[in-house]
Design a protein around this ligand. Structure first.
Ligand code: NAP
Length: 283
């Protein structure tokens, strides 16, 4: 079936406030060029109260969909007519598809991006073989915990500075999630198969995550959702100990794939060229 929007250039974008820092326009531009598509992916600064009107306007203007970032990840869920299982479980959406029938479909692709990056970066990782450790209990942690549970880890130990938030995740995701005090984080690494930093510690301008890896198995995989710098102090420490270290840039790149696939009917590749295109400004 063709409709009016098939006659126009391919249109999509990312809504957020602020938005200038988003790497998504660069990422989509690279894919449009790679696949020879006439498309535009626009950074859209949208204030929180304007979100519903902006979404309806973009739909009328022929957009195929938008990515949503802070502060719109919950509003994106609320405006949707249909919500994916992952978005429902995580409680937030980052990808809105504008369907031909006028309805909105909300998905959360952070979990997909996280696990895809981890599986590719740590090919020998066997999720059911050992518990995971999640440092942090914010939005990114929710996506990571969902993905780890889906992948089959027997348990996720969640440690957060504000313990109540870790406890809330335990209540939300159930008994395979354990809330542990932040000051027990070094001991909590023993016997784990994967260690994830989902706090903002280690990010450029923030203090490093203080974590002693001595009790962690050398076979455990360490991954950081922070990608600026690409090699965080945590990843450097893991490498120095001979552990597999997976940086956070791949999560960002892979999470964009489902939107591109749904909107433009091509499953795009995450390549060295794409990484290079997105690394500008990253240390
Ligand atoms: P968020 O919801 O604001 O959560 C921030 C987390 O960091 C909370 O757990 C917070 O603990 C913790 N934290 C902040 N300062 C801390 C400190 N001084 N000591 C200990 N813990 C501290 O943010 P988010 O959306 O989850 O994002 C978290 C990080 O993941 C950011 O760096 C973000 O850039 C990154 N991220 C990367 C990707 C990717 O594609 N690679 C995707 C999403 C997010 P409290 O609860 O105690 O405040």
């Amino acid at each position: 079936m063709t409709d009016e929007r098939d006659e126009r250039p391919l249109l999509a974008g990312v809504c957020g406030d602020p938005i200038a820092q988003s790497k998504s326009p660069r990422l989509f531009r690279h894919w449009f060029e790679t696949y020879g598509l006439a498309g535009h992916y626009v950074p859209l600064k949208v204030a929180a109260p304007d979100f519903p009107d902006a979404i309806r306007g973009l739909q009328k203007a022929g957009f195929r969909g938008v990515n949503c970032t802070i502060p719109h990840k919950i509003s994106a869920l609320e405006i949707a007519d249909e919500v994916s299982d992952s978005a429902r479980a995580i409680g937030a959406a980052n990808t809105l598809t504008f369907r031909r029938d006028g309805s909105f479909f909300a998905d959360n692709t952070d979990a997909f991006g996280f696990i895809e990056n981890l599986r590719i970066g740590a090919a020998g990782w066997d999720p059911p073989s050992a518990p995971a450790v999640m440092l942090g209990a914010g939005g990114a942690a929710r996506a990571g915990i969902f993905a780890l549970l889906e992948a089959g880890v027997p348990a996720v130990r969640v440690l957060n500075r504000t313990r109540e938030k870790a406890q809330k995740l335990r209540d939300h995701f159930g008994e395979r999630v354990e809330a542990i005090s932040w000051n027990e984080r070094n001991d909590a690494l023993a016997g784990s198969g994967v260690i994830v930093n989902s706090t903002s510690l280690g990010m450029l301008g923030n203090p490093p995550l203080e974590l002693v890896l001595a009790d962690a198995s050398k076979d455990a995989v360490v991954t950081d959702m922070v990608y600026n710098p690409l090699e965080t102090p945590l990843l450097a420490a893991a490498k120095a100990r001979g552990m597999i270290a997976v940086d956070g840039l791949g999560m960002l790149l892979h999470q964009a794939r489902p939107g591109f696939r749904t909107w433009f009917e091509i499953d795009p590749d995450v390549t060295a060229g794409l990484r290079a295109a997105c690394l500008e400004g990253v240390r």
